[in-house]
Design a protein around this ligand. Structure first.
Ligand code: C5P
Length: 291
């Protein structure tokens, strides 16, 4: 039994950190959007046992530590299906450790694919609950689109889908540890916060400019100085090229710009790729193709 599918990246249109929970994790309020940049996943299930993953990327684990393998194991445990040797092959196009939810997208895609391959008909809600057991952004990636996520990312509300727009995605070379960035956040001292209510209204009114103007990620405030300069430089290039707004996604370091003109997006992409290796031209996606 074999199947192939695409795993789509996400961007955070806004990201607010509400507070620290008793277990030390942080409560978030974030609007997420699926974009067309995607990994390509193929799954083969043959008689036997065990789950393995190959990505061709040396530092991504190929055993149970891989989030895609965790998803497969969670699916088989929940459905009590056994007796299959599962090989997951992932062509990584989404940059790794970038704030684009690449691992979560892969895990969500594995849940969707196995649900279809074994024809067990698990509901979206069940897949989201299983997804939450393997990673914070996985529940969003099960269905994707435009959603408000709360808690650790598992409390989801559908929003009016974003107006179709072009996106330029650019990852600077530095690494951002999610854990270290969270440790730098002092919830009482956050200077600015996204206007989530205003964003939701702008989505309802199909006001792309209103969405772009309100995009805000509180993680940018706690970036170390040099890294903030890099993010600022990418943002400036995107805005100079006509982006309606540009912010860092997730815990970074990737920056994206939202465009209402494909020509402007292509121009921004051409300028950025002279300086940065990892640049992508993408677009918003509402509803996962071939879900
Ligand atoms: O989700 P991920 O494994 O990337 O998170 C890395 C670290 O970031 C966690 O171990 C935790 O310290 C911190 N974190 C947090 N609150 C969240 C998500 C992550 O404090 N909602």
């Amino acid at each position: 039994m074999r199947n192939t599918s695409n795993a789509y990246a996400k961007i955070n249109i806004s990201l607010d950190i509400i507070g620290k929970m008793p277990d030390g994790y942080h409560e978030l309020e974030t609007i997420m959007q699926t974009v067309s940049l995607h990994d390509e996943i193929s799954i083969e299930c043959l008689p036997g046992n065990g789950v393995s993953v190959s990505t061709g990327v040396p530092y991504i684990p190929d055993d149970e530590r891989n989030i895609a393998a965790k998803a497969a194991n969670a699916f088989f445990r929940h459905t009590q299906i056994s007796g299959y040797k599962t090989q997951i092959t992932i062509k990584k196009n989404i940059p790794v450790c970038a704030g684009l939810g690449g691992g979560s997208a892969d895990a969500a895609c594995v849940f969707r694919m196995l649900n279809k391959m074994f024809d067990v008909g698990l509901s979206t809600e069940t897949l989201e609950t299983l997804g939450n057991s393997v990673g914070s952004d996985v529940p969003f990636c099960i269905e994707g689109g435009t959603k408000l996520a709360r808690g650790r990312g598992e409390i989801l509300t559908n929003l009016t889908p974003i107006v179709h727009s072009d996106i330029v995605i650019c990852k600077p070379a530095f690494l951002c540890s999610t854990q270290k960035l969270f440790a730098r956040v002092n919830c009482g001292k956050i200077r600015g916060r996204p206007d989530t209510a205003g964003l939701i209204k702008a989505f309802d009114e199909k006001d792309l400019g209103g969405v772009a103007r309100r995009m805000y990620n509180v993680f940018e405030e706690v970036l170390p100085y040099g890294k903030r300069q890099d993010v600022e430089a990418i943002r400036n290039t995107l805005l100079e090229s006509g982006a309606l707004g540009a912010i860092m996604t997730g815990s970074g370091p990737t920056v994206f710009g939202l465009f209402d003109s494909k020509d402007n997006a292509e121009n921004a992409f051409d300028r950025l790729k002279e300086e940065y290796e990892e640049c992508y031209l993408a677009a918003t996606v509402n509803g996962l193709p071939g879900k």
